[in-house]
Design a protein around this ligand. Sequence first.
Ligand SMILES: [Mn+2]
Length: 332
Amino acid sequence: MKKKVLEALPQNCEPLIIHDNDPDGLCSSIIFKRYTGGKTRRLIGRANLSMEWYKRLNIEAASKTVILDIPEVEQEFLDTQNVPVWIDHHMPQKRHNVLYVNPRNYDPNIYVPTTTMAQDFVGTKETLWIAMIGSIADYHWPHFAEEFKSLYPDLCKRDTVQEALLHDPISELVKLFFFLLKGERQEVEQHIRDLHKIKSPYELLTQSSKEGERLWKRFKKRDEVFNQSYKDARSKNTRSKLLVYEYQPGKWSFTSYLSNMLSTTLKGKTIIIARRDNGVMKCSCRGPNVLEVLKEVLPKVGGKGGGHPTACGASVPEQEWESFKRLFKSRL
Ligand SMILES: [Mn+2]
């Protein structure tokens, strides 16, 4: 696969890089951009790259398109391009006229974040820290973790995602990548421009450059707000196997990071973070076999959702919320 990707994307070929709006999408796009050059665009608020994005992303002007960490791309969209490159790790789709890299095509249970693949295809020693952040952010301990630890012994000493996220300084950087994607569009675009310029993790951790300083300041503001919800959620914890936390986020929504951290600190517990949105409860779910339970329970309450075996999103009609929680709990 690496050979095919490199053939399709020669160094400095300046493609348009479209990526998911999360740390895995962002980190993989940074790694690709360092190799290929070109422009990056973030796909906000949806999992499907459809024709409506064709004009908005100014695809016509692109000589080549790279699509990173996006679960679904319409065939019609792919057909406007000369064999785009699409690298993803969600449920495999059947498409043609595309170089589609998805490890689940070979093994439906394999879990490899897009960032891990980006590092394998076009990464260097200089992008290793970004590759580590993107992989851990997607809850994956990459095969290059040992190399990372020997290059940055002060940033990571542990051997598992859970331990590193709880105790190692690398966790601050993972959080930073999550939080800097929160905010007004212009503001986040500035963060991304800055992140593309950051050469080393210490620029952020010690604020040793103008960009590093600005990003750190923005991160800390968000972190303060996050800590409030985190404390609040922790205070709702009981001896039950399930922790459901309902909250209404302000201008920044930390839902997925919050559920990640709660499931890391409250090991073995199933976590559901929910917010009300137009008559539905939007949930971020984490837990040992949360997908399995959701698949059973959601159809009974007219809900929708899916994702990874231990990390899912779901939406449940508000009037079914209480029965959803009851059914869910009875299946644990
Ligand atoms: Mn993603």
